[in-house]
Design a protein around this ligand. Structure first.
Ligand code: NAD
Length: 467
């Protein structure tokens, strides 16, 4: 669909929710627009000595809170419209999960497969330099993170470039999703997928919703399909499988596979590493193409690749009863209405994939406080639990083995604290948007937008408008 406009799609959902809001037109317009858009081009010296021009963007959607925050995408799909849409989604997402940032997004229009690692490093560092020049990066101004096509490696290069040009004591907080030795946090890599799992689990606990869908109120035993086996798709599938759901279909660039008896995720990842493809894995059946899996028989469909994957062309063939939007913007507004009219429950992106930015927030806090979570209290907690357990031993005839002691008298370390904060955030946010959904008789996406509009609008209402 060449006329697809991602930012317009986001704004359509915004406008639908805004009808339920108390704010006037001007303020709603201010919430919706992008505050700053930066388009940069720069030359790359390729390994063979030739020069290629690279295009990049950074969009800060909303300065109602600072810093702004949002990932950096490396993909051929990157353009100004896409970056604006993704930046806007970041604002709404941060508001829904009460992460105190404005939204931003960045992107570089490249196919990573066409560049060597050294070239990708040069592109990342030069892009960072361009952001520094215009004050589009910094722990108090704008903090990037990984997104499609980027990961801890690229975030490490960004930090290193920033640090070479700044002696700010808080410079580690200029980017999140970094490698742990460079100030990253345990649990960030898997955070988005882990958050997707917490969100789907919460939705599946709702007895009324599950009854309406003809499903049992638990995640266990439900079948699911994943599109895109990257960071978000893989980790979503991992935690869903560990909780007892059955992975029956997978799509990747090269095609899609299906097996109603279940697919072993770890073995599939190994198989793809060895053969370069998911096709031909064990007893799976190869489907027609990489889109076909979206229409496969399953309870839960998890799109975890890119936007515009479920649209007017395929929405009426989607059989899943729950659409768990792990990717940003996977469903167009037309597709949303088609699937809703046949009773599907759509768990929206601006809530469901907020686990990444939530743990990025924890990483930023760690960087600003210059201390690992749990470092001060872990031992103290353990000592105090051991004292309680020895009192229990003294007043009963029970003696704990050292193994039991170790598992009961356990102080929380960084990973456990991050995971607990993430779970709390995803559960609370689900309940908040679910309440709004009931109150206004709207769907979850509209409720998430309305929730964000209320939170961002209050900030703008109180803000001085300078001449
Ligand atoms: P990634 O690059 O790690 O993985 C994406 C995967 O999708 C790749 O393996 C790619 O080959 C595959 N893919 C691409 N097109 C496909 C297609 N047509 N069919 C099947 N597979 C396809 O990216 P990611 O970080 O997992 O991001 C995926 C989505 O999640 C994006 O929409 C991104 O904006 C969103 N997201 C990511 C994060 C994060 O923390 N990384 C946070 C929030 C949202």
């Amino acid at each position: 669909m060449s006329d697809y406009q991602f930012f317009a799609q986001v704004n359509k959902a915004f406008d639908k929710a805004a009808q339920h809001s108390r704010f006037d037109k001007g303020l709603l317009h201010q919430i919706k627009i992008c505050n700053t858009v930066y388009h940069v081009t720069f030359p790359l010296r390729r390994d063979d000595g030739s020069i290629e021009v690279i295009q990049g963007w950074r969009v800060e959607h909303s300065h109602h809170k600072l810093p702004t925050k949002g990932g950096i995408r490396f993909s051929t799909t990157v353009n100004e419209d896409e970056t604006m849409a993704l930046a806007a989604l970041m604002t709404y997402k941060c508001a829904v999960v009460d992460v105190p940032f404005g939204g931003a997004k960045g992107g570089i229009k490249i196919d990573k497969n066409n560049f060597s690692d050294a070239e990708i490093e040069r592109i990342t560092r030069r892009y960072t330099f361009e952001l520094i020049k215009k004050d589009f990066i910094g722990p108090g101004s704008d903090v990037p993170a990984p997104d499609y096509g980027t990961g801890a490696r690229e975030m490490g290069w960004i930090l290193d470039t920033y640090r070479q040009l700044s002696n700010d004591i808080n410079s580690e907080g200029c980017v999140t999703g970094k490698p742990i030795p460079q100030g990253g946090i345990r649990g960030r890599t898997e955070a988005t997928g882990r958050g997707v799992f917490f969100g789907v689990r919460e939705a599946c606990k709702n007895k009324d919703d599950m009854k309406e869908l003809g499903l049992e109120p638990s995640i266990e035993g439900k079948t699911f399909v994943v599109q895109g086996l990257g960071n978000v798709g893989y980790h979503s599938a991992k935690y869903m499988s560990e909780a007892g759901a059955k992975l029956v279909g997978v799509a990747e660039i090269e095609g899609s596979i299906y097996d109603p008896n279940g697919i072993d995720l770890e073995k599939l990842v190994e198989y793809r590493k060895e053969t370069g493809s998911i096709i031909g894995f064990e007893s799976t059946k190869e489907l027609e193409n990489n889109k076909a899996v979206m229409e496969a028989e399953c309870d839960i469909l998890i799109p975890a690749a890119l936007e515009n994957q479920i649209n007017a062309d395929n929405a009426s063939n989607v059989k899943a009863k729950i659409i768990a939007e792990a990717a940003n913007g996977p469903t167009t507004s037309e597709a949303h209405e088609i699937m809703k009219s046949r009773g599907a429950l759509i768990i929206p992106d601006n809530y469901l994939n907020a686990g990444g930015v939530t743990v990025s927030y924890f990483e930023w806090l760690k960087n600003l406080s210059h201390v690992r979570f749990g470092r001060l209290e872990k031992r103290a907690e353990e000592t105090s639990y051991r004292k309680i357990l020895s009192v229990v031993e003294n007043i009963s005839d029970r003696t704990f083995t050292e193994e039991e002691m170790q598992s009961l008298a356990h102080g929380a370390g960084e990973y456990e604290l991050v995971d607990s904060g993430l779970e709390e955030t995803m559960v609370n946010a689900y309940n908040e948007i679910n309440e709004l959904r009931k109150k206004h008789n709207i769907d979850l996406r509209t409720a998430a937008f309305l929730n964000a509009i209320e939170k961002v609008g209050i900030m703008y209402e109180q803000m001085g408008i300078f001449p």
